[in-house]
Write a protein that binds this ligand. Structure first.
Ligand code: NDP
Length: 280
């Protein structure tokens, strides 16, 4: 029996209600994989010991969430290419005796988006510049997006994401301040919302975007997975846009992680259903 250890610093849910545990265990069960995925709370001061413990016990890998996504890097032996650009990891994979850090946040997003549209050569407006937005921006750039406009409330974080895109990828990147209601330019192909506005329990909050500027030829994606149908996505659907919800991103991250650890391609639909049972 192998264990995968997710290191979480903000453990607030019993395992049965933890979305990642629920969807990954559902995939193991569905595919007859004799693996376990468990949730463990690790305080920041104990992170080094936890990683040494995972090594000592021969764990195949683990996920880590905030606040460990950057701090864990010093305990690892290497980083995947996009994780190195992003500067944060959420998935650790054992390769022989080495622990390699990967970042599946943005890759999960791109995989979910690709079910609706290929980002290659597209013009993107990205709201947000936190950890999720940074990962999404880098992976969209690596997937061949032509241009990414980063719209963020705080200028320093917004410009930092633009600098990474300009210095490390071939995509054109610009920062646009978010002051008042933002009008989405007409030539935009894909609108991505990656701030925390509208996340449970603040489900009635909607990011300050002029939804009348959304047109039916635009695809609108939201990183928020709880609730899956955010007010922004609802407004976009009413405007005739195709939409991509945050459950897709969460599920596809899980699919990528399980592939890394077990080598098996698991069924995303099984994972999505496990999340919906939690009423996410
Ligand atoms: P961070 O705290 O790193 O970043 C938060 C972002 O939201 C920043 O850009 C911040 O702007 C912006 N923001 C927060 N409040 C407001 C506001 N009132 N108005 C405008 N902007 C605001 O969080 P993460 O990047 O880790 O997470 C962001 C979202 O992505 C969350 O909702 C999270 O649930 C979701 N997520 C989804 C995943 C999935 O699998 N579906 C995976 C990871 C994250 P500023 O810089 O100005 O503070």
């Amino acid at each position: 029996m192998n264990f995968l250890l997710p290191l979480t610093g903000s453990f607030a849910q019993p395992a049965a209600e933890n979305p990642t545990v629920a969807m990954i265990e559902a995939a193991y069960q569905h595919h007859g994989l004799d693996w376990r995925y468990i949730n463990v709370e690790v305080a920041p001061d104990d992170l080094g010991d936890a990683v040494r413990g995972a090594r000592a016990m021969g764990w195949r890998g683990f996920n880590c969430s905030i606040p460990h996504k950057v701090a864990v890097i010093e305990y690892l032996d290497g980083l995947g290419a996009s994780a190195e650009i992003i500067g944060a990891v959420n998935t650790i994979v054992r390769d022989g005796d080495r622990l390699i850090g990967e970042n599946t946040d943005g890759r999960g997003f791109v995989a979910a988006l690709r079910e609706v549209v290929d980002p290659k050569d597209k013009s993107i407006v990205l709201f947000g510049a936190g950890g999720a937005a940074r990962a999404v921006a880098v992976e969209m750039a690596l997937a061949g997006a032509a241009r990414i406009t980063v719209v963020n409330r705080s200028t320093d974080r917004g410009k930092a994401v633009v600098d990474v895109l300009k210095n490390r990828t071939a995509t054109q990147a610009v920062y646009a301040p978010w002051q008042g209601t933002f009008t989405v330019p007409k030539d935009t192909d894909i609108v991505i919302h990656a701030t925390s506005v509208g996340l449970y329990p603040d489900v009635n909050a909607i990011p300050d975007i002029d939804t009348d500027s959304l047109t039916p030829d635009m695809v609108v994606a939201d990183g928020i997975h709880n609730p899956p149908l955010t007010r922004l996505l609802k407004a976009a659907q009413e405007r005739g846009c195709k939409t991509v919800d945050g459950l897709g991103m969460l599920v596809q991250q899980g699919v990528i992680g399980v592939k890394y650890w077990t080598g098996v391609d698991v069924d995303p639909q099984v994972m999505r259903e496990a999340l919906l049972i939690l009423r996410l």
